[in-house]
Design a protein around this ligand. Structure first.
Ligand SMILES: Cc1cc2nc3c(=O)[nH]c(=O)nc-3n(C[C@H](O)[C@H](O)[C@H](O)COP(=O)(O)O)c2cc1C
Length: 243
C-alpha cells in the first residue's frame, strides 16, 4: 500500500473529487472498521478520487434530535452542523454496511436521516458484509432510502459473505481476489457518475464539493474524518500537491 491514512484536514490545492467511505457500524469490536480500512487501502492508490474515511462511531450523532425537517437546512445543534459540513464536501460515497436482521443498521439510518441537500445528486456504492447473504439484503433496503434523498446507487458493489472468516489474528481483513476486483470496478463506476451529477447539483443551486472543500480547508478540520494521503499524486501529476 502506497498511501497512508492520516488525520489531517483537506488541502485547498487538491481538486480530485472526494470519495467518502462511511463506516456504518458503530459497535465495539465491529468488523465494519477493518472492512472499511481494507477498502480504503485498495482504492487509495492514484486513481480517480481523494479518499476520506468517515467513521460514524467517531461522528457520534445522538438519535435524531433536530426539531425541523432537514430539507430546511435550519439546524440547531453543533453536531448537525459538523455532520452537514462533512457530507456536503463529498462528491461520492461508499457506505460500508453490515446486515442486521435482514436490513442495515440503525446508526447508518440515523446518520442519513439527519441531512437532506447534502446527499443530493451524488453517486453511492456499497460494501456489504454478513453471513451467507453477504449483506445484500441490507443493500436492497438501503437503495430505496438513498434514492429518496436523490443519491444515485450504482450497480457495482462489494458483497462479502462470512466476513468473520476473513479476519486475521491482528484484526485486519484478508481480501479475496473477487473483493479486490469488485472494489476497483465499483470505484471506477462511481467516478463516471461524478461529473454528470455535479452538473445536476449546479442546476439545482446546490453548492458543489470542491468549493466546500476549499472552505473546510480554510477553517478547521471537523475532527471525525480521516483523510487518506495520496503520496504518489505528485509523482503522477508532477504538481507537487501537498498531502
Ligand atoms: C443485531 C445483529 C443482527 C444480525 N443479523 C444478521 C442478518 O440478518 N444477516 C446476516 O448475514 N448477519 C447478521 N448478523 C451478523 C453480522 O452480519 C455480523 O455480526 C457482522 O460482523 C456485523 O457487523 P459489525 O461487526 O460491523 O457490527 C447480525 C449481527 C447482529 C449484531
Amino acid at each position: 500500500m502506497t498511501a497512508a491514512v492520516g488525520t489531517d484536514s483537506t488541502s485547498p490545492h487538491d481538486q480530485l473529487p472526494l470519495l467518502q467511505v462511511i463506516v456504518g457500524s458503530t459497535r465495539p469490536g465491529r468488523v465494519g472498521l477493518p472492512v472499511a480500512e481494507w477498502f480504503v487501502s485498495e482504492v487509495a492508490e492514484p486513481g480517480p478520487f481523494d479518499v476520506e474515511l468517515v467513521d460514524l462511531a467517531e461522528v457520534n450523532l445522538p438519535m435524531f434530535d433536530e426539531p425541523r425537517h432537514p430539507r430546511l437546512g435550519q439546524y440547531e445543534h453543533e453536531h448537525t452542523h459538523r455532520w452537514s459540513a462533512t457530507v456536503a464536501r463529498a462528491d461520492a460515497f461508499v457506505m460500508v454496511v453490515p446486515e442486521y436482521n435482514y436490513s442495515y443498521n440503525a446508526a447508518l439510518k440515523n446518520a442519513i436521516d439527519y441531512l437532506y441537500d447534502e446527499w443530493h445528486h451524488k453517486p453511492v456504492g456499497f460494501v456489504s458484509y454478513g453471513g451467507a447473504g453477504a449483506g445484500t439484503r441490507a443493500v436492497q433496503a438501503l437503495k430505496q432510502v438513498v434514492t429518496t434523498l436523490r443519491m444515485v446507487p450504482i450497480f457495482e458493489s462489494v458483497n462479502i459473505p462470512f466476513v468473520a472468516k476473513l479476519r486475521t489474528e491482528d484484526g485486519r481483513i484478508e481480501p479475496t481476489a473477487a473483493m479486490s476486483e469488485s472494489a476497483m470496478s465499483m470505484t471506477a463506476e462511481l467516478a463516471r457518475w461524478v461529473e454528470p451529477l455535479s452538473g445536476l447539483r449546479n442546476e439545482a443551486g446546490l453548492r458543489n464539493g470542491a468549493g466546500l472543500r476549499d472552505e473546510a480547508a480554510r477553517s478547521s478540520t471537523d475532527g471525525h474524518s480521516r483523510r487518506v494521503r495520496r503520496d504518489l499524486l505528485s509523482t503522477r501529476t508532477g504538481t507537487g500537491v501537498e498531502p
